[in-house]
Write a protein that binds this ligand. Sequence first.
Ligand code: KG4
Ligand code: ZN
Length: 336
Amino acid sequence: MNILGIESSCDETAASVVSDGCLMHSSVVASQINLHESTGGIVPEVAARAHLQAIVPVIEQAMLDAKCDWSDIDAIGATNGPGLPGALLIGFNAARGLAYSRNIPLIPVDHIEGHIRACWLNESPPPLPALALVVSGGHTELIRIEENNTFVRLGSTRDDAAGEAFDKVARLLGLPYPGGPPLSALAETAQERQLKLPRAWLRGTNDFSFSGLKTAVLNLLKENDHPAPAEIAWAFQESVCDVLAKKTRNLAEKENVKSVLVAGGVAANRRLREVLAEHISIELRIPPPNLCTDNGAMIAAAAYAHKNNAVNAKSPLDIEPTAMRKKRLRSTETAR
Ligand code: KG4
Ligand code: ZN
């Protein structure tokens, strides 16, 4: 089954053709990074306009790269939430129009599940039950995936998401947006590696908190003789990676899962991948960096998992900027 996956929830317009939820034939991503650099973050209307300009060329390129004809496409999967409303509307309505005109099923996809499904773009599916750590610009969550593919959220951030913390601290250090990659590159140049920044363990919970760490960096930078920016970047990255890896390991042991999956933009971080590998002794699956950040292939993979929930593009459908996850993910309280 060939699925065209379309993603436009934030600042990347992406499309991809994937067979049977695992074999990727193409993946085209138009990034808006340069556009948002001058504002140091995303202006939603600017993002929506850029999606509008990119959506058709990106889909056409994904079809060309996959050497596909429209008659080869069996269904279209598209992100319908969570995300920026204006951005979501562009990709989802493009998908809807295409599905309508081709008379093929349309499969709405939750963006967070999409990130996790990037771990299925592989020769074999991950062993279940699994524990997924999702670390993106908007989310930091620990999710248990049952053998019947039910997703149960066990923990999440109480304030900033991990990627958001990288972006905010990068900004404090005068680095461009998005801050994860430049902050990580700066950290690798640190000469002294003694500085220790706080870690919020929130013991007895599976939750995270990164806002105190950000404030610690801010306070440190106010001191006249503060450590070099590279040392601060290194200490910040160590603190985030330490907490993410240890809390994930502890929960994986408690939940007795067979694999740990890591997904979302921050999963592209080289140091995080290294620290996780040191701590996790069961199967650890982290997609290649280009499939950690937003892409269409993960959406096609998630759509395949929900192929039985396909809808007719003519039926009344809408984007769900925030509500989708609440419905699909049972919370800790109701789950156990
Ligand atoms: O998953 P993603 O592409 O978009 C969202 O769904 O949010 O994640 C983007 C986030 C940004 O905060 C970015 O700074 C972070 O992922 N990121 C990284 C790295 N690459 C991207 N953070 C740390 N290290 C990286 N190498
Ligand atoms: Zn994302």
